[in-house]
Design a protein around this ligand. Structure first.
Ligand code: 5RP
Length: 224
């Protein structure tokens, strides 16, 4: 008889699998979210083998520190071997939508410094085409209405994420109903709107490896 495995157990299994990608004595790039929280908890088992971490959010920093893992300032780091983070949606090309937890800008910055992006997720995050999950866009507060009007011109329906202020003091617009057939081009077009800090498309720099937790076990997909 096959046992039912919960979404959270799939996230945890993917997170634990990611430990194999962490190199001895390295500083690990750490994302944000419930899947990454499992990764941070799993890091405790190898914390004496790593030099520490660079974090993508105040939330992850707090959790890392609570586990006794040193958190470094990215400005003092030239390069990271790996960055481990979750996703809201991911395609077979390892393009992603991220930012459900509003940490997209810091996530994109830390990912940019890393040689390898390891995406960890449960199987519900795999999609054929991105866009069912509303695309988060981090915006300078005074530009909110202007950016929203520009996003409508791109075919989206922006919705202000009420009550959320990012770690950078900005606001989030969640863009519904976008047809994301060319994620690299759309990522660039949205980032070119004045007042946008960044958007949650991670296509220009997607993941290198995807670890998916599923009822049949974890699957590791690495792009050539
Ligand atoms: C946070 C993110 C997360 O990686 C994304 O929202 C997935 O979250 P979870 O692991 O909780 O499903 O981009 O900004």
């Amino acid at each position: 008889m096959s046992q039912k495995i919960s979404q959270d157990e799939m996230k945890k299994a993917a997170a634990i699998e990611a430990l194999a990608f962490v190199k001895n004595n390295s500083i690990v790039g750490v994302g944000t979210g419930s899947t990454v929280n499992h990764f941070i908890d799993a890091l405790v088992d190898i914390k004496y083998k790593i030099a520490g971490a660079v974090s993508s959010s105040q939330e992850s920093t707090k959790r890392l520190k609570a586990h006794g893992i040193e958190v470094f300032d990215l400005n003092n780091i030239d390069t990271l071997d790996v960055y481990v983070d979750g996703a809201d949606e991911v395609t077979k090309h390892l393009h992603m939508i991220k930012g459900g937890g509003a940490a997209l800008t810091r996530e994109k910055i830390v990912a940019a410094v890393a040689k390898e992006f390891i995406c960890i997720a449960d199987e519900s995050k795999q999609v054929e085409v991105l866009g069912n999950f509303p695309l988060p866009v981090e915006v300078i507060p005074m530009a909110r209405s202007y950016v929203a009007r520009e996003l409508v011109k791109l075919g989206g329906d922006p919705e202000y994420r009420q009550g959320v202020v990012t770690d950078n003091g900005n606001v989030i617009l969640d863009v519904h109903n976008l047809e994301i057939t060319d994620p690299i081009a759309l990522e660039q077009s949205i980032n070119a709107i004045v007042g946008v800090v960044t958007n949650g498309l991670f296509a220009h720099r997607g993941a290198n490896t995807l670890i998916i937790g599923s009822p049949d076990g974890t699957k590791v997909i690495t792009l050539p």
